[in-house]
Design a protein around this ligand. Structure first.
Ligand SMILES: C[S@@+](CC[C@H](N)C(=O)[O-])C[C@H]1O[C@@H](n2cnc3c(N)ncnc32)[C@H](O)[C@@H]1O
Length: 273
């Protein structure tokens, strides 16, 4: 059994094309696999890493402004729970219509929407020190999300045909390793992002290193393998100032069959003035 899994984990995964995302990415399976209460593979280690870093980043007097673009939102909202305290205008975006539909269900409080309550409570109570009424937090986030847009990381203007005014901050979680087939493409996306950010504005990227795949339901998706060095080089080559970069090795290796990354990263970069 061990040998079989081990071999499978090291097998190369071919690039998942945009069409394969359209045909095979199921947001309900994605939520169930990664964020479901207690059993999701990212519930705990990843969500704590991301939510704590974002809580610090969006503390008053740190990263703030009027508009934040979340790039590659998927069906997820956890990554916006701290941002909604300091940004009035949040634009979410994803390549897939099925993800827009799930996100919109949550925004309009559809009874069948995905249940992000554990993460809302964690940010509201554990990180922000409130006691009850966590629904207030959910309502605040709902009121700040002003647009749900289609984007494609592989286009030079990812929002084509729209031209968005440059934002104060662009956030992206777990998206670019899915969208980019190689390091060159990753660096190009970072370069194109500069057109979406004001001079002196912020780019926050959170994701994983050294993975080759992630599973959603019974479908396997490609993940671009990046090392720490690749990551730093890409941000520098794209012309950003790196303000902060942190790495936390993966501790929980119980679900390597679902995704084989070995480290989590957080990059806070700025577009030069
Ligand atoms: C692993 S999910 C991450 C979702 C969410 N940000 C999160 O943290 O849970 C990867 C996302 O990248 C999106 N994606 C894949 N290819 C893309 C592309 N070319 N442009 C924009 N988004 C893309 C997928 O639709 C999916 O929602």
């Amino acid at each position: 059994m061990y040998l079989v899994l081990h071999r499978e984990e090291n097998m190369e995964t071919t690039f998942s094309t945009p069409q394969s995302y359209i045909d095979e990415f199921n947001p309900l399976d994605y939520f169930q696999t990664y964020y479901a209460l207690g059993q999701g593979a990212l519930f705990g280690e990843w969500t704590n890493f991301a939510l704590r870093n974002l809580h610090e980043t969006f503390a008053p007097g740190c990263v703030e402004g009027d508009t934040l673009i979340d790039f590659g939102t998927g069906p997820s909202i956890y990554q916006l729970l701290s941002a909604c305290e300091v940004f009035n205008n949040i634009i979410t975006s994803d390549f897939l219509e099925q993800n827009h539909i799930e996100l919109q269900k949550w925004l309009r409080k559809d009874p069948n929407a995905l249940d992000w309550t554990p993460f809302i409570k964690f940010v509201w109570c554990d990180l922000e020190g409130n006691r009850n009424n966590y629904e207030e937090k959910a309502e605040k986030l709902r009121s700040k999300v002003k647009q749900v847009l289609k984007c494609d990381a592989l286009k030079s203007n990812p929002f084509e045909p729209l031209v968005l005014p440059p934002a104060d901050c662009l956030l992206t979680c777990l998206c670019l390793e899915a969208a980019c087939k190689d390091k060159e493409s990753y660096c190009n996306v970072l370069k194109n992002f500069k057109n979406l950010i004001k001079p002196g504005g912020h780019l926050l990227a959170l994701s994983m290193l050294n993975g080759t795949y992630y599973n959603v339901g019974n479908k396997r998706f490609f993940a671009l393998t990046l090392t720490k060095k690749d990551l730093e080089m890409a941000f520098k080559e794209a012309g950003y100032e790196i303000k902060k970069i942190t790495f936390t090795p993966r501790n929980d290796t119980s679900r390597m069959d679902l995704s084989n990354y070995d480290c989590q990263y957080y990059v806070h970069a700025r577009k030069p003035k």
